[in-house]
Ligand binder design. Structure first.
Ligand SMILES: Cc1ncc(COP(=O)(O)O)c(C=O)c1O
Length: 211
Protein backbone atom coordinates (compact mmCIF):
# COMPACT_ATOMS: atom_id res chain seq x y z
CA UNK A 1 0.00 0.00 0.00
CA UNK A 2 2.97 2.38 -0.18
CA UNK A 3 3.01 4.97 -2.95
CA UNK A 4 6.21 6.48 -4.29
CA UNK A 5 6.07 10.24 -4.82
CA UNK A 6 6.28 11.50 -8.42
CA UNK A 7 9.84 12.72 -7.64
CA UNK A 8 10.88 9.27 -6.38
CA UNK A 9 9.40 7.63 -9.50
CA UNK A 10 11.28 10.05 -11.75
CA UNK A 11 14.56 9.49 -9.89
CA UNK A 12 14.19 5.69 -10.06
CA UNK A 13 13.45 6.08 -13.78
CA UNK A 14 16.50 8.34 -14.22
CA UNK A 15 18.76 5.57 -12.89
CA UNK A 16 17.25 3.04 -15.31
CA UNK A 17 17.54 5.43 -18.28
CA UNK A 18 21.15 6.21 -17.37
CA UNK A 19 22.08 2.52 -17.03
CA UNK A 20 20.02 1.35 -20.02
CA UNK A 21 17.72 -0.81 -17.91
CA UNK A 22 14.18 -1.58 -19.09
CA UNK A 23 11.39 -0.92 -16.58
CA UNK A 24 8.27 -3.06 -16.28
CA UNK A 25 5.73 -0.82 -14.61
CA UNK A 26 2.69 -2.67 -13.24
CA UNK A 27 0.10 0.11 -12.95
CA UNK A 28 -2.92 -2.01 -12.01
CA UNK A 29 -3.54 0.01 -8.81
CA UNK A 30 -3.36 3.36 -10.62
CA UNK A 31 -6.91 4.36 -9.63
CA UNK A 32 -6.87 2.97 -6.09
CA UNK A 33 -5.03 5.68 -4.28
CA UNK A 34 -6.03 7.60 -1.10
CA UNK A 35 -5.68 11.08 0.31
CA UNK A 36 -2.85 13.20 -1.04
CA UNK A 37 -0.92 10.33 -2.67
CA UNK A 38 -0.46 10.90 -6.41
CA UNK A 39 -0.15 8.42 -9.22
CA UNK A 40 2.77 8.99 -11.55
CA UNK A 41 3.62 6.67 -14.42
CA UNK A 42 7.36 6.45 -14.97
CA UNK A 43 6.65 6.43 -18.72
CA UNK A 44 5.14 9.93 -18.47
CA UNK A 45 8.29 11.48 -16.93
CA UNK A 46 10.01 12.12 -20.29
CA UNK A 47 10.31 10.59 -23.79
CA UNK A 48 13.51 8.81 -22.60
CA UNK A 49 11.64 7.30 -19.64
CA UNK A 50 8.85 6.22 -21.98
CA UNK A 51 11.35 4.55 -24.34
CA UNK A 52 12.59 2.43 -21.41
CA UNK A 53 9.19 1.41 -20.04
CA UNK A 54 6.79 -1.47 -20.58
CA UNK A 55 3.50 -0.68 -18.85
CA UNK A 56 1.37 -3.64 -17.77
CA UNK A 57 -2.16 -3.00 -16.63
CA UNK A 58 -5.42 -4.82 -16.03
CA UNK A 59 -9.07 -4.62 -15.07
CA UNK A 60 -9.00 -6.86 -12.02
CA UNK A 61 -8.72 -4.13 -9.39
CA UNK A 62 -10.48 -0.87 -10.32
CA UNK A 63 -13.25 -2.71 -12.22
CA UNK A 64 -13.49 -5.95 -10.19
CA UNK A 65 -12.94 -7.98 -13.37
CA UNK A 66 -10.89 -10.54 -11.50
CA UNK A 67 -10.86 -13.85 -13.36
CA UNK A 68 -11.78 -12.32 -16.73
CA UNK A 69 -8.13 -12.87 -17.71
CA UNK A 70 -7.72 -9.62 -19.58
CA UNK A 71 -5.13 -6.91 -19.30
CA UNK A 72 -3.21 -4.63 -21.60
CA UNK A 73 0.26 -3.33 -22.18
CA UNK A 74 1.85 -0.20 -23.61
CA UNK A 75 5.45 -0.48 -24.75
CA UNK A 76 7.87 0.82 -27.39
CA UNK A 77 6.74 -0.58 -30.75
CA UNK A 78 9.44 -3.28 -31.29
CA UNK A 79 8.83 -4.64 -27.78
CA UNK A 80 5.02 -4.53 -28.22
CA UNK A 81 5.39 -6.45 -31.50
CA UNK A 82 7.58 -9.08 -29.85
CA UNK A 83 5.08 -9.45 -26.97
CA UNK A 84 2.29 -9.86 -29.54
CA UNK A 85 4.23 -12.54 -31.41
CA UNK A 86 4.79 -14.61 -28.27
CA UNK A 87 1.31 -14.03 -26.86
CA UNK A 88 -0.50 -14.97 -30.06
CA UNK A 89 1.24 -18.36 -30.02
CA UNK A 90 0.56 -19.05 -26.36
CA UNK A 91 -2.94 -17.88 -25.45
CA UNK A 92 -4.19 -16.78 -28.92
CA UNK A 93 -6.44 -14.00 -27.56
CA UNK A 94 -8.46 -12.92 -24.56
CA UNK A 95 -12.01 -14.14 -25.02
CA UNK A 96 -14.35 -11.80 -26.92
CA UNK A 97 -16.78 -10.90 -24.11
CA UNK A 98 -13.85 -9.97 -21.87
CA UNK A 99 -12.53 -7.64 -24.59
CA UNK A 100 -15.92 -5.93 -24.94
CA UNK A 101 -16.23 -5.74 -21.14
CA UNK A 102 -12.78 -4.19 -20.83
CA UNK A 103 -13.59 -1.47 -23.38
CA UNK A 104 -16.89 -0.75 -21.58
CA UNK A 105 -15.06 -0.54 -18.24
CA UNK A 106 -12.40 1.85 -19.53
CA UNK A 107 -14.68 4.02 -21.69
CA UNK A 108 -17.74 3.99 -19.43
CA UNK A 109 -18.59 6.13 -16.41
CA UNK A 110 -16.02 5.99 -13.62
CA UNK A 111 -18.39 7.13 -10.84
CA UNK A 112 -18.04 3.89 -8.88
CA UNK A 113 -14.42 4.73 -8.10
CA UNK A 114 -15.24 7.63 -5.77
CA UNK A 115 -17.65 5.46 -3.82
CA UNK A 116 -15.20 2.55 -3.66
CA UNK A 117 -12.32 4.72 -2.54
CA UNK A 118 -14.43 6.18 0.28
CA UNK A 119 -15.37 2.68 1.44
CA UNK A 120 -11.83 1.28 1.09
CA UNK A 121 -10.47 4.26 2.95
CA UNK A 122 -12.81 3.61 5.90
CA UNK A 123 -11.79 -0.04 5.97
CA UNK A 124 -8.04 0.63 5.80
CA UNK A 125 -8.18 3.14 8.65
CA UNK A 126 -10.41 0.91 10.79
CA UNK A 127 -8.15 -2.13 10.20
CA UNK A 128 -4.95 -0.15 10.73
CA UNK A 129 -6.17 1.25 14.06
CA UNK A 130 -7.30 -2.17 15.25
CA UNK A 131 -3.96 -3.72 14.24
CA UNK A 132 -2.05 -1.07 16.18
CA UNK A 133 -4.19 -1.73 19.26
CA UNK A 134 -3.05 -5.38 19.34
CA UNK A 135 -0.02 -5.99 21.56
CA UNK A 136 3.00 -7.05 19.50
CA UNK A 137 1.67 -5.80 16.14
CA UNK A 138 2.27 -2.46 14.46
CA UNK A 139 1.15 -1.06 11.15
CA UNK A 140 1.31 2.07 9.02
CA UNK A 141 -1.76 3.00 7.00
CA UNK A 142 -1.79 2.27 3.28
CA UNK A 143 -1.80 4.99 0.62
CA UNK A 144 -3.03 2.81 -2.20
CA UNK A 145 -4.32 -0.64 -3.29
CA UNK A 146 -6.23 -2.66 -0.66
CA UNK A 147 -3.60 -4.20 1.56
CA UNK A 148 -2.02 -3.53 4.93
CA UNK A 149 1.41 -4.79 5.90
CA UNK A 150 1.55 -5.10 9.69
CA UNK A 151 4.77 -6.02 11.49
CA UNK A 152 4.30 -9.33 13.31
CA UNK A 153 7.80 -10.13 14.53
CA UNK A 154 6.99 -8.43 17.88
CA UNK A 155 5.15 -11.66 18.71
CA UNK A 156 8.45 -13.55 18.55
CA UNK A 157 7.55 -15.24 15.25
CA UNK A 158 8.63 -14.71 11.67
CA UNK A 159 5.99 -14.33 8.99
CA UNK A 160 5.75 -17.96 7.77
CA UNK A 161 5.17 -19.46 11.22
CA UNK A 162 2.86 -16.61 12.23
CA UNK A 163 0.62 -16.97 9.14
CA UNK A 164 0.54 -20.75 9.34
CA UNK A 165 -0.53 -20.71 12.98
CA UNK A 166 -2.98 -17.86 12.36
CA UNK A 167 -4.61 -19.90 9.60
CA UNK A 168 -4.64 -23.17 11.57
CA UNK A 169 -5.73 -21.78 14.93
CA UNK A 170 -7.81 -18.70 14.09
CA UNK A 171 -8.90 -19.56 10.51
CA UNK A 172 -7.64 -16.22 9.20
CA UNK A 173 -5.65 -16.23 5.96
CA UNK A 174 -2.82 -13.75 5.40
CA UNK A 175 0.22 -13.80 3.12
CA UNK A 176 3.63 -14.13 4.85
CA UNK A 177 5.75 -11.03 4.31
CA UNK A 178 8.70 -13.23 3.32
CA UNK A 179 6.99 -13.59 -0.08
CA UNK A 180 7.57 -9.83 -0.52
CA UNK A 181 11.09 -9.87 0.96
CA UNK A 182 10.13 -8.83 4.53
CA UNK A 183 9.96 -11.73 6.94
CA UNK A 184 8.92 -9.51 9.89
CA UNK A 185 5.60 -8.63 8.25
CA UNK A 186 2.43 -10.15 6.81
CA UNK A 187 0.03 -8.88 4.16
CA UNK A 188 -3.68 -8.67 4.77
CA UNK A 189 -6.30 -7.60 2.26
CA UNK A 190 -9.24 -5.35 3.11
CA UNK A 191 -11.04 -6.02 -0.18
CA UNK A 192 -13.84 -7.68 1.75
CA UNK A 193 -16.84 -6.57 3.80
CA UNK A 194 -16.49 -4.58 7.01
CA UNK A 195 -18.14 -7.53 8.83
CA UNK A 196 -15.46 -9.91 7.57
CA UNK A 197 -12.72 -7.46 8.47
CA UNK A 198 -14.08 -7.04 12.01
CA UNK A 199 -14.41 -10.76 12.51
CA UNK A 200 -10.92 -11.45 11.16
CA UNK A 201 -9.40 -8.78 13.41
CA UNK A 202 -11.26 -10.16 16.46
CA UNK A 203 -9.82 -13.58 15.71
CA UNK A 204 -6.36 -12.17 15.06
CA UNK A 205 -6.46 -10.33 18.39
CA UNK A 206 -7.57 -13.44 20.28
CA UNK A 207 -4.83 -15.43 18.56
CA UNK A 208 -2.08 -12.96 19.45
CA UNK A 209 -3.33 -12.64 23.04
CA UNK A 210 -3.25 -16.43 23.40
CA UNK A 211 0.45 -16.66 22.54
C1 LIG B 1 0.30 -5.80 -8.55
C2 LIG B 1 -0.63 -6.75 -9.26
N1 LIG B 1 -0.54 -6.88 -10.60
C3 LIG B 1 -1.34 -7.73 -11.28
C4 LIG B 1 -2.29 -8.51 -10.63
C5 LIG B 1 -3.08 -9.53 -11.43
O1 LIG B 1 -4.18 -9.09 -12.06
P1 LIG B 1 -5.00 -10.05 -13.07
O2 LIG B 1 -6.10 -10.68 -12.27
O3 LIG B 1 -5.52 -9.12 -14.11
O4 LIG B 1 -4.05 -11.08 -13.60
C6 LIG B 1 -2.44 -8.38 -9.27
C7 LIG B 1 -3.51 -9.15 -8.59
O5 LIG B 1 -3.32 -9.90 -7.69
C8 LIG B 1 -1.60 -7.49 -8.54
O6 LIG B 1 -1.70 -7.36 -7.21
Amino acid sequence: GSVYTPEEIRELGDVCVEKGVLIMSDEIYEKLIYGDAKFQSVAACSPEHQAHTIIVHGLAKAYSMTGWRIGFTAAPLPIAKAIGAIQSHSTSNPTSFAQVGAVAALDGPQDHLGEWLGEFSKRRTFACERLNSINGLSCINSEGAFYLFPKVSGTGMQSGEFCERLLGQAKVAAVPGVAFGSDDYMRISYATSMDNIEQALDRLEQFVNSL
